[in-house]
Design a protein. Structure first.
Lengths: 222, 594
C-alpha cells in the first residue's frame, strides 16, 4: 500500500466566479442588463466521458448486429458452453464497481475536508485496481480453457464472436485500469480534480454494465 | 462600459522548441493547419490519380511517361492494366473521401476555428487533439504505403465490398497486403476522428465563453458540432467493420466470406459469412460520411455569405435545425446504396422514403441561402464566389439524387456514370468549393496574410466552368448506359461515347491545371502575401475579435465576453454596418436574443 497522505489534495470548487465557461448559462443580453448567474456547466471531462461511452457503445452495437446477422445467415453456427470462470469474473467486476464507488465517495469527502488523513483515501482505489486485474486474468483463463477444448478464433463463428467480444471488452477494461492508475497518480500528487475521479468511475461502471450485457448476449446467442 | 473580459487560464505553456511548436504541437491552431496541409497533399495525389484514369479512359493505349515507375506490372510501358486502373480508382476514392473531404472542412477548419468561435483558449484535451492528427496522418501514410507493396494497392473500390476484401491475394492484385493496409489505414483514420470528436463536442458544450449561448454560436460552429456528433456514431461502426475484415483476412474467421466460395477455381476455406453484413456496416457509416463531408461546407458557406451579404440569413435557427435533421436522417437512408444488393423490395421502399424526405431539410437550407441572397448587395470576392459555387454544385448534384432515391430507377442507373456524376457534384465538388471558400475567407486569420483576389477569382471561374464540363456529361453517359468502373470501353454501344469521354478528360486536365493557380496563391500568400488586418472582412464572430494571427492562447490573456447574436449586420454602430459579438456596444437590432 502507498504511504498515507497527510495533506488533502486540491479541492475542486464549483465555478462561482466570472470567468467560467459554458456561456449559455451566463447570458448577457444586448441591452447590457447583466444577469450573472452561478455557472453550473460541467467541466469538459464530464462531457468527454459520455462521448467515450457513446463511441464504445456504438462499437459494441456494431459487433452485436454483426453477431445477429452472422448467426442468421448460415447453418454453420455451433453453440458451446461458456467457461464457468466467467461467472466468477462477473462477480469480481461487480465488486470492483462497488469498491470504486466507495473510493469515489471517500475521496470526495476527503477532498472537501469532511474526512482528514486518518485513513488512506486511496485504499479502495487499490482494491478496485486489484479486482480489475483479477477480472482480466480471469478472462485470460477463460480463453485458455476454450483453447484447451479446441475452440480457437477461427474454429466457428460462435467462437470468433466470443473471442472478439471478450477481448475487445478486456482491452477497454485495461484502459479503465489505466484511468484508475492515472487517478491514483494525481491523488498522490495532490492535484486530483473531482470531475476526473467521477469520469473514471463512470467509465468503470460502464465497463461493468457492458460486461453484463455481453455476458447475457453470449449466454443467449452462443 | 464594464470591462467584462476575464483572465484566460491556459492549460499548457507556450512551446519553445521547433518540434513542439510545429510538429508535435498541442495548439489547436497548429493542428488545424497540419490537417489542412495533409488534406492539400492528399488532394494533389488524388487529383493526379484522377488525371491518370481519365487519360486512360479517353486514350486507352496512350503511354503516360513515368507511370511504369509507380508499378512495373500495373503500368508496363506507362499503359494501365485493367487491374491497376481499379487500384488507382480505389486509391483516388479513398484518399479523396477520407483524407480530403473529411479532414479539410471538418478537422482542419474545425480545429483552427471552433475553439476561437466559442471563445475558448484551446480544446479541452490538447494531447488527444495532437494524437488525433498524428493517428490520422499515420493512417494516410499506411494507405500510401500500399503503392509500394509487391502487387500494389487494393482494387476493391473505396467501399471495399465483401467477400473480395476478405479472401486474400487470390482475389486479384492488391487484395492481399493491399487490403490489409487499406483496412488498417481506415481503422486508424476512425480512431483519429473519434479523438477529434472527443475534443469538438466538449469544446462546444462546455468551453463557450460567457454570453455565448447555443443560439449565439455561428453556423460554422454548429456545423462542426453536428458533424462531430455524426462522426462519433459513424466512425465507431466503421472501425469494428474493418477489424472484422482484417480478422477474416489474417485469422481465417468467416464474418464476411460465404461458404462454397470459389475464386480462380479454388474453393475458399471459409464458411457461412454474410457478404451483405459488410455492406450494412459500411453504409451505416458511408451515408452519414456524405454529410460529414458536406455539413461543414454548409456552415462555412452560410458564414461567408452572411458576412458578404451584410445581413443574416432569413432564419438562423431553421438552418441549425435543418443541419440536425440531415444528420439524424442520414442514418436512416443508408440502404439506398444497396438497392441492387438483392434486398427485399419492401426494405428498399423503407429506405427510399427517408431518402426522399432528407431532401427536405437540404432544400430548406438551400432555399434559405438563395432567398437571403435575393436583393442583397453581395460583396463579390473569391470566398463569396466559391460559396455561390457550392450552392450551385449542391443543387445540381442534389437534383440527380431524386432519381437515385427511387429503387426502380436506381437499379437502372446504379452501375453507370450517372451515379459518378451525382456524387462528385453533390459531395465532392461542392465540399471542395466549401474548402476553397473557407481558405480564401480564413487565410488572413490562419496565415496572417491576404490571398490574391484576382488569382482567386480566376481560380473560381476556371474551376466552376471546368467542374460542370467534367461532371454534367457524366449524367448523360449514365443515362445512355455507360457502365462505371470499366477501364476500357470496347463494347459497340460505348464507342460513340468516346468523344464525350475525351471532352471530359480534356476538361479534367485543364480544371486540374487551374488548381495550380490556387496552389501558387496559397503558397505565395503564406510566405509573401500582403499582411492582413484583424478583421479584413468586417466580420462579427469571435475569430475576428482576436489578433491576426491569433496569439497562442487565442485571446492574449483575456477571454472575450459575448453580447450579441453572431450575425448582427445592417445596423448602425460606431464601426460601421455591423456589431461584433464581443462588442459591448448597444445598438438597435431586431434579432438579438433577449
Amino acid at each position: 500500500m502507498a504511504t498515507t497522505i497527510h495533506e488533502p489534495p486540491q479541492i475542486d470548487h464549483p465555478h462561482t466566479d466570472d470567468f467560467s465557461n459554458g456561456g449559455g448559462r451566463n447570458l448577457i443580453p444586448a441591452d447590457g442588463d447583466l444577469r450573472l448567474t452561478i455557472d453550473h456547466s460541467p467541466p469538459p471531462t464530464s462531457s468527454a466521458i459520455w462521448v467515450v461511452v457513446f463511441a464504445v457503445s456504438m462499437m459494441f452495437a456494431a459487433f452485436t448486429s454483426a453477431l445477429f446477422v452472422r448467426k442468421g445467415s448460415s447453418l454453420d453456427w455451433q453453440s458451446f458452453s461458456l467457461p464457468s470462470i466467467l461467472y466468477f469474473t462477473t462477480l469480481v467486476l461487480i465488486a470492483s464497481s462497488v469498491t470504486l464507488e466507495i473510493a469515489r465517495r471517500r475521496i470526495t469527502a476527503f477532498m472537501r475536508g469532511f474526512q482528514t488523513g486518518v485513513e488512506n483515501p486511496a485504499r479502495w482505489l487499490y482494491v478496485t485496481l486489484f479486482l480489475g486485474l483479477v477480472f482480466v486474468a480471469g478472462q485470460y483463463v477463460a480463453w485458455l480453457q476454450l483453447r484447451a477444448e479446441g475452440l480457437y478464433l477461427a474454429t466457428n463463428p460462435s467462437s470468433s464472436f466470443f473471442y472478439l467480444l471478450t477481448v475487445t471488452h478486456a482491452l477497454h477494461v485495461l484502459g479503465g485500469l489505466g484511468g484508475i492508475i492515472y487517478i491514483l497518480s494525481k491523488l498522490h500528487r495532490g492535484i486530483l480534480r473531482r470531475n476526473q475521479l467521477v469520469a473514471s468511475a463512470r467509465y468503470w461502471h460502464f465497463m461493468d454494465v457492458l460486461w453484463i450485457y455481453l455476458l447475457l448476449l453470449l449466454l443467449m446467442k452462443l | 462600459m464594464h470591462d467584462m473580459s476575464a483572465p484566460a487560464v491556459h492549460h499548457h505553456a507556450p512551446p519553445t522548441s521547433f518540434i513542439r511548436k510545429h510538429v508535435f504541437s498541442l495548439d489547436h491552431k497548429v493542428i488545424g493547419k497540419q490537417y489542412y496541409d495533409m488534406a492539400l497533399v492528399a488532394a494533389i495525389i488524388g487529383m493526379i490519380l484522377s488525371w491518370i484514369m481519365r487519360i486512360h479512359l479517353a486514350w486507352t493505349n496512350a503511354a503516360i511517361p513515368g507511370l511504369q515507375l509507380l508499378s512495373k506490372t500495373g503500368a508496363p510501358g506507362g499503359v494501365l492494366t485493367p487491374e491497376y486502373y481499379l487500384q488507382l480508382m480505389t486509391m483516388h476514392g479513398t484518399i479523396m473521401v477520407f483524407f480530403v473531404l473529411t479532414t479539410a472542412p471538418f478537422a482542419a477548419f474545425g480545429n483552427f476555428f471552433l475553439p476561437i468561435q466559442v471563445g475558448a483558449e484551446d480544446m479541452p484535451f490538447p494531447h488527444f487533439n495532437m494524437m488525433s492528427f498524428w493517428v490520422t496522418f499515420t493512417g494516410f501514410i499506411v494507405l500510401l504505403a500500399s503503392f509500394f507493396v509487391s502487387d500494389g494497392p487494393t482494387l476493391g473500390g473505396w467501399t471495399q465490398y465483401a467477400p473480395l476484401n476478405a479472401v486474400g491475394a487470390i482475389a486479384g492484385p492488391g487484395q492481399g497486403m493491399g487490403v490489409i493496409l487499406w483496412m488498417a489505414s481506415i481503422a486508424l483514420f476512425c480512431v483519429g476522428q473519434l479523438l477529434g470528436s472527443l475534443n469538438f463536442i466538449p469544446t462546444t458544450l462546455d468551453l463557450r465563453t460567457k454570453g455565448m449561448s447555443l443560439m449565439r454560436l455561428p453556423l460554422t460552429t454548429w456545423a462542426w458540432f453536428i458533424t462531430s456528433c455524426m462522426g462519433l456514431t459513424a466512425f465507431a461502426v466503421l472501425m469494428p467493420a474493418c477489424i472484422l475484415a482484417i480478422l477474416d483476412h489474417v485469422a481465417g474467421t468467416s464474418f464476411f466470406v460465404p461458404s462454397n466460395l470459389v475464386i480462380s477455381d479454388q474453393l475458399q476455406q471459409h464458411s457461412g459469412g454474410s457478404t451483405l453484413l459488410w455492406q450494412h456496416l459500411f453504409w451505416f457509416f458511408g451515408h452519414p460520411e456524405v454529410y460529414i463531408a458536406i455539413i461543414p461546407g454548409i456552415g462555412i458557406v452560410s458564414h461567408i455569405l452572411i458576412t458578404n451579404m451584410r445581413r443574416p440569413l432569413l432564419s438562423h435557427r431553421v438552418i441549425i435545425y435543418s443541419m440536425g435533421a440531415l444528420a439524424v436522417l442520414s442514418y436512416m437512408v443508408y440502404g439506398h446504396h444497396m438497392f441492387v444488393s438483392g434486398m427485399n423490395p419492401y426494405s428498399a421502399l423503407a429506405f427510399s422514403f427517408p431518402t426522399l424526405i432528407i431532401t427536405i431539410p437540404a432544400t430548406i437550407i438551400v432555399l434559405i441561402q438563395i432567398f437571403s441572397l435575393y436583393g442583397s448587395k453581395l460583396r463579390i470576392n473569391s470566398a463569396s464566389l466559391f460559396a455561390l459555387g457550392f450552392i450551385s454544385m449542391f443543387v445540381s448534384g442534389g437534383v440527380s439524387g431524386f432519381f437515385l432515391a427511387q429503387p426502380s430507377i436506381d437499379i437502372m442507373l446504379h452501375a453507370t456514370y450517372f451515379v459518378v456524376g451525382h456524387f462528385h457534384m453533390v459531395m465532392a465538388v461542392a465540399a471542395m468549393f466549401g474548402i476553397f471558400a473557407g481558405t480564401y475567407f480564413w487565410a488572413p486569420k490562419m496565415f496572417g496574410r491576404m490571398m490574391n483576389e484576382t488569382l482567386g477569382k480566376i481560380h473560381f471561374w476556371l474551376s466552376f466552368v471546368g467542374a460542370y464540363c467534367i461532371f454534367m456529361p457524366f449524367h448523360y453517359l449514365g443515362i445512355v448506359g455507360n457502365v462505371r468502373r470499366y477501364s476500357v470501353f470496347v463494347d459497340d454501344y460505348l464507342q460513340p461515347l468516346l468523344p464525350v469521354h475525351k471532352f471530359i478528360t480534356v476538361a479534367a486536365l485543364l480544371t486540374g491545371a487551374a488548381q495550380a493557380i490556387f496552389l501558387y496563391n496559397l503558397i505565395h500568400t503564406r510566405f509573401w502575401g500582403k499582411p492582413a488586418s484583424d478583421n479584413p472582412w468586417e466580420g462579427t464572430s469571435l475569430e475576428w475579435s482576436t489578433t491576426t494571427p491569433p496569439p497562442f492562447d487565442n485571446w492574449g490573456g483575456k477571454l472575450p465576453v459575448v453580447y450579441h447574436d453572431p450575425y448582427q449586420y445592417g445596423v448602425e454602430s460606431s464601426v460601421g454596418d455591423y456589431v461584433m459579438q464581443a462588442s459591448p456596444e448597444q445598438v438597435k437590432t431586431e434579432n438579438d436574443e433577449q
